[in-house]
Design a protein around this ligand. Structure first.
Ligand code: GLN
Length: 241
């Protein structure tokens, strides 16, 4: 048994919402938490499963519209619980399909309306244009963020969320606004797959740091540079869209 301090990572809907390597976020976060001196415990929560009592970080991935349809009803049943945790500062990262469902609603291309839980002040419509390829975003807090986007959802931010960053190359939330993702408190939504966290350890450290401060009162980063991440970032950045 390790003496390291535990961090409970909830992986939300890994069965239905795990596309373009989003499960890699769970693996990368757990690994980074270990190198920051914590003992990660991953709890997978699929529709119908209980949420654990202790939750330190919540991760969610993307999926097809059909996958979003399968989880949307279950997510609504958890809306109050997740909103309370978000209001309380629990760090969360939601990618693509779950980013859309953490907003107010997603109006699909077929005219269906999926109601979201409104943790992020965003609204999404299925558009005619597919936004696909490697994407580079500049953010004040995390520096340059690099990932891969593939969505036709067109997302617009309301005043209750800030963008995650400014698009340097790629589309981001939509083809017009020049911004990517959303942030309300410690909840981040983003279109970036790839997976995101293996290429962006600064975001892992944010999630771990906020979680550790809430649960244990302090966080001293010890993990340092990640040379594999640096190589992956350079490779993704050099590839044309
Ligand atoms: N179905 C959504 C869209 O295309 C989400 C896609 C995804 O998660 N990659 O906008």
């Amino acid at each position: 048994m390790s003496d390291n301090r535990e961090l409970v990572i909830v992986s939300l809907y890994p069965r239905d919402m795990n596309i373009y390597g989003d499960r890699g976020n769970v693996l990368a976060l757990a690994r980074r938490a270990r190198s920051q001196g914590f003992e990660p415990r991953v709890v997978e929560v699929n529709p119908g499963d209980p949420l654990p009592e202790q939750i330190d970080i919540v991760l969610g991935g993307g999926g097809q519209d059909s996958g979003q349809g399968r989880v949307a009803e279950d997510l609504l049943l958890r809306a109050d619980a997740l909103r309370a945790r978000a209001d309380d500062g629990t760090p969360m990262l939601m990618i693509c399909g779950l980013y859309q469902l953490f907003g107010h609603r997603f109006l699909t291309h077929d005219g269906a309306e999926l109601t979201g839980i409104g943790v992020l002040d965003v609204e999404t419509r299925g558009g005619d244009e597919r936004m696909i390829g490697n994407i580079v975003v500049e953010s004040d807090e995390f520096g340059e963020i690099i990932g891969f986007e593939n969505h036709s959802g067109d997302t617009v931010l309301g005043p209750g969320s800030l963008p995650l960053g400014r698009v340097v190359s790629g589309a981001g939330n939509n083809p017009r606004d020049g911004v990517e993702g959303a942030r309300t408190g410690n909840v981040i939504g983003s279109y970036l797959h790839g997976s995101l966290l293996p290429k962006n350890p600064a975001i892992s450290d944010f999630l771990i740091g906020e979680a550790a401060r809430r649960r244990y009162g302090s966080f001293e980063p010890v993990a340092g540079e990640d040379p594999t991440a640096a190589r992956a970032r350079a490779a993704a950045k050099s590839r044309p869209r």
